[in-house]
Write a protein of this length. Sequence first.
Length: 91
Amino acid sequence: FFEEVPEPEVAWAGNDFKEAASCVYQIFERMPVDERLPFALRMLDGLDLESTAAACGMSVPTVRRRLVRAERRFFKMARQFEALRPWLETR
């Protein structure tokens, strides 16, 4: 689903951050699209529920249900990645 995009050179993005971001994208690739899309819009882009629902063409209750499933799935898979451990421990 995701095409390879050259990694941007960002001065503040150290190796730890880059490795964690790579893990997040690996998790996203394994998530169902109907969960991944609302989760990414809400958690990464910071959209509110109404905007997320509108962007996904879903009702707010449907988005809420999918976000709950997506969050469970994401954090279950995230525990498999050592690079995400520091972020998981602060959650």
